[in-house]
Design a protein around this ligand. Structure first.
Ligand code: C2E
Ligand code: MG
Ligand code: MG
Ligand code: MG
Length: 273
């Protein structure tokens, strides 16, 4: 009886794995054509000063609307794009589009804001990445100092020496570098002072529900004090409540983004429709 139920379990597991594999394969097939069919779009989420709410930046976030599948979440399709290598051409499209938009906002007379773009491991480690960034800046006329590249700890730590070398090349172009989802990866803290970065983005998991008695409070305090010592800016991610904003502000975090201020929205709506 035991052996039989075990076998059934294995069969169910296999079936589930097959279902997921074919789902991913289908997603990859659709994704391959998404860009050329204009199904991809960038939304922008404002990054604000926690004291007065002034917008100082915007994070570009990829959106995919498939005619049959509907809106597919990045949490779903970014991993597929990474596994298939599609993230490289898609990421280049994102970078170019974000620079074009940033340049357009500046030309329209808006006070300059930083545009943050998420970068995957495969893009960052690819041979042509620095050249791609250079070309996007040059072709769009977007000033490098207003472009921020978001790398996760995981990406940076995969091969720290090579990452640091590349980050220096990027910094030499004039762009800023932030560490996304900070605190969730296995960052070796001893490397942090040697990374040519400008900003730590405090992961949403530490921000969510933050209050004076939270277990997360000492973690957030530690990140903020680390940032101060290393002269890094800090952006708190996923701020949803006034209470979270207030406590982060009190702890010395200067910038934030989250639904409290605004969700990611199409470019036309960043400055109000
Ligand atoms: P991320 O870079 O950490 O982006 C922040 C995510 O938090 C976004 O999810 C954003 O919509 C969401 N968010 C913002 N404020 C709040 C809030 O107050 N509460 C909650 N619950 N969530 C909030 P999104 O847009 O679904 O993106 C998920 C992830 O997909 C991103 O996480 C990033 O890792 C990846 N991603 C998105 N666009 C790109 C892209 O163009 N390139 C690459 N490589 N990755 C991307
Ligand atoms: Mg990000
Ligand atoms: Mg993040
Ligand atoms: Mg996150």
């Amino acid at each position: 009886y035991h052996a039989k139920s075990h076998k059934t379990g294995v069969a169910v597991f296999r079936k589930e794995m097959n279902r997921r594999a074919s789902e991913r394969f289908q997603l990859a097939t659709h994704l391959r054509r998404a860009a050329e069919l204009d199904q991809l779009q960038l939304h922008y989420q404002p990054q604000v000063q926690l004291d007065d709410g002034a917008v100082v930046g915007a994070e570009a976030l990829l959106r995919w609307h498939h005619p049959q599948l509907g809106a597919v979440s990045p949490a779903h399709f970014i991993p597929v794009a990474e596994e298939t290598g599609l993230i490289v051409p898609i990421g280049e499209w994102v970078l170019r589009q974000a620079c074009r938009q940033g340049a357009a906002w500046q030309r329209a007379g808006h006070p300059p804001i930083r545009i943050a773009v998420n970068v995957s491991a495969l893009e960052f480690e690819g041979d042509g990445f620095v050249e791609t960034v250079t070309a996007c800046l040059r072709d769009t006329g977007f000033p490098a100092q207003w472009l921020e590249l978001e790398l996760t700890e995981r990406v940076v730590m995969r091969n720290v020496e090579e990452s640091v070398r590349r980050m220096h090349l990027l910094r030499a172009l004039g762009v800023c570098i932030s560490v996304d989802d900070f605190g969730t990866g296995y960052s070796s803290l001893s490397y942090l002072p040697h990374l040519p970065i400008n900003i730590l983005k405090i992961d949403r998991s530490f921000v969510s529900g933050l209050n004076p008695t939270s277990a997360n409070l000492p973690v957030v305090q530690a990140i903020l004090s680390l940032a101060t010592s290393l002269r890094l800016e800090t952006i708190a991610e996923g701020i949803e409540t006034e209470a979270e904003r207030r406590i982060l502000r009190t702890l010395g975090c200067t910038l934030g983004q989250g639904y409290l201020f605004a969700p990611p929205r199409p470019a036309e709506q960043l400055y109000g429709a």
